[in-house]
Every structure is written in C-alpha cells, then in structure tokens.
Design a protein around this ligand. Structure first.
Ligand SMILES: C[S@@+](CC[C@H](N)C(=O)[O-])C[C@H]1O[C@@H](n2cnc3c(N)ncnc32)[C@H](O)[C@@H]1O
Length: 319
C-alpha cells in the first residue's frame, strides 16, 4: 500500500505543480501559491518516506551481512576442526601402516628363528599350537626365548594366558636342562586343557604348569576393582624372571591387562623382563604408558623397547 502511494506521490505532486502554474497564469496568485506549497509538501513527504524505506533496506542488508559473516566464521571453524580430525586420522593410519610394515619386515627372520627353535626342541611327531591370530606374536616369543637362552641358571616364566608361548618356552627349558619352569594363568578351562595336552604330547609337562585362574573382580592398589585372573591357585613360584602379558582377552574390560604389573610387582625379580604383547593396540599402548609412571612393591618398569606388536620392559627394584 505504502509502496503504491509512494509511486503515485511524485506524479501527483507534479500534476498539482502544473495546476499551480496554470492557476498563476490566469492570475489566481494566492491559489497558485497554495497549490505550489501543496505540491512541494507532497514531494517532500514522498522523499522522506522513500529515504526511510531506503534506510530500513540498508539496515536489513547490513543485518544479513553480519549474519552471513557469523555463518562464514562458524563454517570456517568447522572446516578447521574437520581438517584437524582428518590430519590426526591420517597420522594414525600412517603410524599403523609403518607398524605393519615393520612387522612384515621382521616376519621372515622371526619365522626362521622359530622354525629353528621348534626343530631343535620339539617332538616332530607331536602337534604344536598355531602361532599368529590369537596366539602370541613371534617377536614376543623370541624375546622370551632370547632371555631364557642368555640366563645362566633356572628361569621362572609367568604367562598371563596359556598357549604357544607356554609350550615353546617349556620346550626350550627342557632342552636347556638348566632348570626353571613356566607357569601359565588360564581363565578358560578348555584352553587350559588344550595347552596341557600339547605339553604332554612333547613330554614337556614337567617344565610348565597351566593354572586354572578364572576371571574374578580383583582389587588394585588404588582401591578400584577390575576383572582379572584369580591368583588363589598360583603357588609360591619364587621370583619371576620373565612376565609375559598376553591375556586375559582384551574384550572383557577396558585396559583388561593393566592389573598384571600392580598385582604381580611384588613377585618380580630385579631386572626381570616384562613382555607385553599386542602393543599395536591403543589399550596395550595406554597400559605400558601408565606402568612406566607407576611403582609397586618398590618396583618400577624402565627401558621400554617397542617392537610394534611387542613391547619389552625391565624391572628395576628401588633402594
Ligand atoms: C592371546 S591368547 C594367548 C595365549 C598364549 N600366550 C599364546 O601364546 O598362545 C590369550 C587368551 O585368549 C584365549 N584364547 C586363546 N585362543 C583363543 C581362541 N581361538 N578363541 C578365543 N579365545 C582364545 C585363552 O583364554 C588365552 O589365554
């Protein structure tokens, strides 16, 4: 409506001005002046209204501009965050590829060493548990084998999780003849029996004991509880020279293998080797990171050596 009035206002003012001119021509000066003023007033009012409208439109444009600016800033921040996430994910994938490449590089020589170990220690007619998949990585087993071979006397090994590691370590202890034993905590009675079967088949059952250790809620030194092996059946094994952390299965809880160091620290010999398997996984990485900052029963873990899927640590007894 206002728009239409505004469009008419100027022609109407012009018409009145023309009428004023004609009126003046005929000598009606007063009427002409009145009409002239009326035309002027209409023109001024129309101009004022137009100016008003123009101002409102400019204010709306400025408001839209500000809104667009804020929207653009929000989009730019979102883009920055996404760029960061993509960069971090790219970095993680790159590290994982590097780990897999390192693992593949090591695999031929690790396999050759394991074959030699099996050829030297195992009964060729008896079955062996498969390596890979659920079992320990070759690098972990070879690190333990190396430790046993270098030891001058008996070696006590504790496996968290029984299987190929238990059997191969027992075969090596048997062949060395320098004493020592592998103790393996096993939460699954079926796997415990399977491992015992392999040990018997190779005549190595005197060199390893598979302990039925069902998962139970254990209390950690900080008072928290977590599902972990029930240590009630673990006999007094003396000082542990090698602790192999390869169980329980990671799906039972977050940081499922964390309790190993806090709960077994008091049994670890000074200089003992702790091997953590699967350290290519975030949980195991975090467990190692935490252990390196902690001390239990006067023991700390030092000298981390990262072999990708396996990480080696040394026990240092304080004082
Ligand atoms: C990672 S496994 C490794 C055990 C052992 N250190 C080895 O070298 O084979 C840890 C635990 O997973 C369970 N386990 C082993 N093989 C399994 C399978 N095929 N399926 C489900 N659980 C398995 C057993 O309870 C075992 O103690």
């Amino acid at each position: 409506m206002l728009h239409r009035l505004l469009r008419l206002a100027l022609p109407v003012a012009a018409g009145i001005a023309l009428l004023a001119a004609v009126t003046a021509e005929f000598g009606f000066a007063r009427e002409a002046a009145g009409l002239g003023l009326l035309a002027l007033a209409i023109a001024l009012a129309a101009g004022h209204l137009r100016l008003d409208k123009l101002e409102r439109r400019m204010a709306a444009v400025a408001r839209q501009g500000r809104q667009r600016g804020a929207e653009q800033e929000r989009l730019a921040a979102l883009l920055d965050r996404n760029r960061d996430v993509v960069r971090r994910q790219g970095e993680r994938v790159r590290r994982e590829i590097q780990g897999v490449r390192r693992h593949l590089d090591q695999l031929p020589s690790d396999t050759a060493y394991l074959q030699r170990l099996v050829a030297q220690t195992a009964d060729p007619s008896a079955p062996l548990p498969a390596l890979g998949g659920w079992a320990a990585t070759a690098r972990s087993i070879l690190s333990i084998v190396d430790e046993i071979q270098k030891a001058p006397g008996p070696v006590t090994v504790l496996d968290c999780g029984s299987g190929s590691s238990t059997v191969l370590d027992a075969l090596l202890l048997k062949q060395r003849g320098a004493g020592g034993r592998v103790y393996a905590l096993e939460a699954d009675p079926g796997f415990a029996e399977e491992t015992r079967g392999y040990l018997r088949a190779h005549g190595a059952d005197e060199h390893a004991v598979v302990i039925d250790a069902p998962l139970t809620d254990v209390t950690l030194p900080d008072g928290s509880t977590a599902p972990w092996y029930d240590l009630a059946q673990l006999p007094d094994v003396g000082e542990i020279d090698v602790l192999f952390v390869d169980g329980p299965i990671g799906t039972i809880a977050e940081l499922a293998r964390y309790p190993a160091f806090p709960l077994l620290a008091d049994r670890l010999a000074d200089g003992a080797l702790v091997v953590v398997d699967d350290t290519n996984r975030p949980d195991e990485k975090e467990i190692v990171r935490r252990w390196l900052t902690e001390e239990y029963a006067g023991r700390r873990l030092t000298q981390p050596r990262n072999h990708g899927r396996a990480t080696l640590l040394r026990v240092v007894r304080e004082g």
